[in-house]
Design a protein around this ligand. Structure first.
Ligand SMILES: [Zn+2]
Length: 297
């Protein structure tokens, strides 16, 4: 029974092969040589059309006192963790107002699972997504030294979390140390390190982690960059390559003045993120590492 089945498949495939072969031979006979070449286009890339609105979307948006959270930023599936407490698994929450987009919760949960495997398991979430109203309240309570005005906090973008430890202050707790050394493997960065306050303009916050995704967090860790420095580096370099856990990535920056087209390889994957200032970053992986990415800068 099985043998027959495979024999049928082989016959079918052979028949199809012969058929298409004959077809292409026929075409060659009919068409002059140049035209038959035109019939075999090199389908190595797709063309993306990028317009200025893309500058303000994505995981790499720079948010600081100069560049606010874009109007109408799409923040999806925000859940209140106190109300949806079945989602609180392996960590604690500081109060009933903690909210997170679901994909951020998944990223955080995966990250602390790795920490737990290394015996670090006293994580808390003190704050996640904050809407503008909540940010305004906080700003009023804490003042401009400890909080940003509404629209100028990464928390309003939904990609940042204030993570704590039930064992003590993050700067001393094992949870803080573990995150400082390992968060990058999960796409997170310590957004406001102690030695970069002159660049970030924000005091040392050992609890504030921002999601940027791989390979960006790995490149930033390797070069000891904060987001401001990383985006500037990409602007200067144009294209950088990174290998993370066996995956080869190509990261390219494109200034966007008007609508433009950018080529990405047809094989493999890509992401596009704006930088919230003047361009987009296209990240490609999984295709042919040599031809990955594009001309048309
Ligand atoms: Zn924060």
């Amino acid at each position: 029974m099985k043998k027959w089945f495979y024999a049928m498949i082989i016959l079918l495939l052979l028949g199809w092969g012969i058929h298409t072969f004959q077809q292409s031979e026929e075409l060659d006979e009919v068409l002059p040589p140049e035209e038959s070449e035109l019939r075999l286009p090199e389908l190595s890339h797709n063309t993306l059309t990028i317009n200025r609105s893309e500058i303000h979307k994505g995981d790499l948006l720079l948010i600081n006192t100069q560049y606010p959270v874009p109007n109408h930023a799409e923040i999806q599936d925000v859940v209140n963790l106190f109300e949806q407490n079945h989602l609180v698994d392996g960590f604690g929450i500081s109060d009933n107002s903690v909210e997170l987009p679901l994909d951020m919760l998944k990223r955080f949960t995966a990250m602390i699972e790795s920490a737990r495997a290394e015996g670090v398991n006293h994580f808390l979430i003190n704050s996640g997504y904050r809407d503008l109203e909540k940010q305004a309240e906080l700003y009023e309570q804490l003042g401009s030294k400890q909080a940003n005005p509404p629209g100028y906090s990464e928390h309003n973008l939904g990609l940042s979390m204030d993570i704590g430890s039930s064992l003590g202050l993050m700067k001393d707790a094992p949870e803080g140390k573990w995150l400082e050394n390992n968060a990058w493997k999960h796409g997170f960065i310590l957004r406001y390190p102690e030695d970069k306050t002159n660049i970030t303009g924000v005091m040392y916050e050992p609890w504030h982690f921002r999601y940027v995704g791989l390979p960006h967090s790995a490149i930033m860790q390797e070069h000891d960059f904060v987001l401001e420095e990383y985006l500037e580096y990409l602007r200067e370099q144009g294209t950088v390559y990174a290998e993370v856990e066996g995956k080869e990535y190509k990261v390219s920056y494109y200034p966007i003045q008007a609508e433009r087209s950018i080529k990405v390889p047809i094989e493999g994957s890509y992401t596009v993120s704006g930088n919230n200032t003047d361009g987009v970053i296209v990240t490609t992986w999984g295709g042919d590492p040599v031809s990955v990415g594009m001309e048309d800068r």
